[in-house]
Design a protein around this ligand. Sequence first.
Ligand code: TXA
Ligand code: MG
Length: 326
Amino acid sequence: MSKFSTNVGLAAQIIQEGGIVAFPTETVYGLGANALDEDAVSKIFDIKKRPANNPLIVHISQESDLDKVTRSIPIKAKILINHFWPGPLTLILPKKNNVPSITSANLDTIAVRIPNHPIALKLINKSGVPIAAPSANSSGKPSPTTAEHVQNDLADKVDLILDGGECDVGLESTVLDLTVEPPVIWRPGAVTKEQIEKLIGNVEVKETIQNNIPKSPGLLHKHYSPNSPLFIFEPEEIITEAKKYLKENKKVAILTTKENIDIYPQNADILSLGHRSSLQEIAHNLYDALIETDNLKVDVILSESFPEKGIGMAIMDRLKRASENK
Ligand code: TXA
Ligand code: MG
């Protein structure tokens, strides 16, 4: 049964009553529950089969609500908030005790952002509570960028799916930890390292295991993975590899760009991510293409690589985490 709706009032009521609502943001769809309600939040972990050591992001609709979830707001946070909120930047800040420990996976810090999407903002506003929301996909799979993606993955498990069409950005928010000095980007996103450094100076981009201590636990797990193995290659290698697999009667998907569509064996499933000149366009289409390879039931996925600057850093982060050859 379809659970699509555009009734934000009903969705807010469900949140208030401890239910689960999938809703659109500018990045990806979120799986929302009242962040202050332990039972409601535990449903999110069940539905996604999410490991309990992977903390959630709390979504608020106005800056003044920050003190519902954080103990203090450092000056660097204020500068970034002024510049980027509402928008795809999640800040890690000191957590307030009234936020149940399940929401932050027992960490003393909390991830928070104001999403830049009218439906999300209206939902948070009407609910009157901060909304904890991971991406609305089964743990480890590519994140949903349309209501249909959510429907196909989780429809029987959520109370309602608010339909807001396609997400603008298409990749999850940048996660920036401001509880350490210098600040650390644990997950690259549409707000880039370059943009952040212009405002607050040096930040580091870190891998997630340091001295064997998981700092941003969610990033430890293999992630964003379609069902079939994915390999990242240069175009010439893709041609060779594709021919090899096709000869073995394998079904091959190739993730490419408008510029290169014609160079590959045409009996492969060729999925264009957009123009190479627009990394925004590539980011917007990436998850939809990965999910499409699942629908096509291909045996192997061969993807081009992209320059790791600007949002390209986030694109390559997701592709590498999905891939077999990092
Ligand atoms: O764009 C987004 O961020 C989407 C939309 C729905 O807002 N949400 C999202 O949530 O991507 P999720 O749960 O899929 O990813 C949250 C990431 C995880 O990698 C998690 O480990 C990290 O943020 N995280 C959350 N709280 C943290 C904390 N206190 N310290 C370090 N990392 C944290
Ligand atoms: Mg996720």
